[in-house]
Design a protein around this ligand. Structure first.
Ligand code: NAD
Length: 391
């Protein structure tokens, strides 16, 4: 099959197996070119197949020399239809990690379910005994609550009042205004159910009760805090309310597992192009402007650079710097006032006519295509490739 990108709205509905493997290799090469990480040796990554979770897995293995067990929700390929990018990323990661003698296995299914938690515990007991780091990196629009059987959906809406702002439609290459109605109380509560801390706490409880968390184990969940430009749709919006609940959960985890010496952190990461961020109104416009500003300032970072620094400057140092809510902050290069002022300056000017000049239009698109294994140098996109790749 010759595979070309099929883009529908903010998503690409297919993926290229060779390109995805090259994207994984690129991240491995980055990590291998850095000093070794004094870090974890047995890691569970929940949400391991794309974005920040995949980078966490790559830094764990190729930086710190860790065995990993991953959890994700991806679609398997068939003879006629490609798998999702995450499927191919996992296949490539397994191959490369195992080739260097590391244990790497992945469970594909619903991380919110009790069944998957049980399967994960069984795998850890069988192959790793215990884990010393649990990374929680899920981004999902829905969650089936295993206790009640209720299916909750998250909403991306402002809280309190309607909000009109600029946005960028990546598919139509169009900058236009978008008006978002405020969320109802129920929509806020449902978003907290999906993207808040409840499931993270359920994971830690299940893992701890099964005795598979090592003494002084660490766990981290990821958040985006951002600044004024994104607050109305992110930080102070429905998703921001869910992220506030992660802070509550982290505090509860720190207090609840003192005997285990569990250290639980919310880590705040910068905005990057991922499948999750592409789906959030305003974020593609903000990210493409921010990329231009940060690239020009020489401060640009993608997932792998952020996670490498998270491990080496925060998670695995004595007395890491914490913010007022006990969070690890890796987003300072983006959220500092000076950088934000420059982004705000171009934000106020940007329109359909000048977008390609003011924004890192090319960089955004390149990163977006790369998520699905397209547009990568050295990959022959005219070649006939077998979409069926097994783990
Ligand atoms: P992503 O879409 O690239 O990755 C999501 C991961 O979750 C994938 O591995 C996917 O398979 C998995 N997943 C989703 N639903 C699942 C389910 N039901 N069961 C099992 N696995 C499931 O997202 P991302 O952007 O890397 O986001 C990861 C975390 O990082 C999120 O908490 C997000 O809020 C946070 N974050 C993202 C950004 C950003 O700009 N992208 C910035 C800061 C923080």
């Amino acid at each position: 099959m010759v595979i070309k990108p099929r883009i529908r709205g903010f998503i690409c509905t297919n993926a290229h197996p060779v390109g995805c493997a090259a994207h994984v290799q690129e991240q491995i090469d980055f990590v291998k070119a850095q000093p070794k990480v004094e870090g974890p040796k047995r890691v569970l990554i929940i949400g391991c197949s794309t974005g920040y979770g995949l980078s966490s897995r790559i830094v764990s293995t190729f930086g710190a020399g860790a065995d990993t067990l991953g959890v994700c929700f991806e679609k398997e390929p068939t003879e006629r239809k490609t798998g999702t990018a995450g499927w191919y990323n996992v296949a490539a990661f397994h191959e490369k990690a195992r080739a260097e003698g590391f244990y790497a296995e992945t469970l594909n299914g619903d991380a919110f379910s009790d069944e998957l938690k049980e399967q994960t515990i069984a795998k850890i007991k069988e192959n790793m005994e215990q884990v010393d780091l649990v990374v929680y990196s899920l981004a999902s629009p829905k969650r089936l609550d295993p206790e009640t059987g209720t299916l909750y959906s998250s909403t991306l809406k402002p809280v309190g009042q309607a909000y009109t702002t600029k946005t960028y439609d990546t598919d139509k290459d169009l900058v236009h205004d978008v008006s978002l109605e405020p969320a109802t109380e129920e929509e806020i509560a449902n978003t907290v159910k999906v993207m808040g801390g409840e499931d993270w706490e359920r994971w830690i409880k299940a893992l701890s009760e099964a005795g598979v968390l090592a003494q002084n184990c660490q766990t981290t969940a990821y958040t985006y805090i951002g600044k004024e430009l994104t607050w109305p749709i992110y930080g102070h919006a429905t998703i921001g309310k869910a992220k506030e609940d992660l802070d509550r959960a982290a505090a509860a985890l720190r207090e609840g597992y003192t005997e285990l010496g569990l250290n639980a952190y919310v880590s705040s990461l910068k905005a990057v192009v991922t499948q999750a961020s592409s789906a959030i109104p305003v974020m593609p416009l903000y990210i493409s402007l921010m990329y231009k500003v940060m690239k020009e300032a020489g401060t640009h970072e993608g997932c792998i650079e952020q996670i490498y620094r998270l491990f080496t400057e925060a998670l695995y140092v004595d007395n890491p710097e914490l913010d007022e809510a006990h969070r690890l902050r890796m987003d300072g290069k983006e959220t500092n006032d000076e950088t934000q002022a420059v982004i705000k300056g171009v934000w106020d000017q940007v329109n359909q006519d000048n977008f390609h000049d003011l924004a890192d239009y090319k960089g955004y698109h390149q990163d977006f295509l790369k998520l699905f294994g397209f547009g990568i140098d050295g990959v022959d996109y005219d070649a006939d490739v077998n979409p069926v790749v097994n783990w």
